[in-house]
Design a protein around this ligand. Sequence first.
Ligand code: IMP
Ligand code: MG
Length: 174
Amino acid sequence: MKILDLEFKPYIDRSEILLQVRKISESINRDYKDKDPLFLSILNGSFIFAADLMREINIPSQISFIKLSSYSQVASTGKVKKLIGLNEIVFNRNLIIIEDIIDSGLTLQHVRAALEDLGSASVEIATLFLKPESFHKGFDIKYVGFSIPNNFIVGYGLDYEGYGRNLPDVYINK
Ligand code: IMP
Ligand code: MG
């Protein structure tokens, strides 16, 4: 399958993804019972993961959406823009950041720092995908769906140049 100039092959199908999403939600339901967590979904990439995850969360909780992007084409630009859309009071809240994929971890490092500055009680991260070969930021990622190689992937919310977010399954460029 081709998106713009890149060739992609089927990689992980939706049923496998949903199994991992369910595992993550079970852990969160257990770990955050009575903690009234506020989920913060990082747009755009995590919108589908967030929607599937939240339908499996059965404890009192809230969700909000924030935006912050450092990505240009297939390589991180190293530049981080500011965090927008945070209207909830995060002071003293137990926060769970929902991310689609962590590559260098730069995006997350910035978001975590901003949220800690606002006096949150705790900040943990739930990511569907992690690229361990490029992540060297030294903070813990509590909930990970899949550890994957450094190849570029699309589908299930993840895009290449804005395309491919609608694909129900995940495809890989190699
Ligand atoms: P980081 O700041 O280097 O960790 O980059 C994280 C962001 O880059 C993610 O939120 C995605 O938007 C994007 N990204 C990283 N790897 C991929 C990929 O393989 N496919 C699609 N987007 C990616
Ligand atoms: Mg993203």
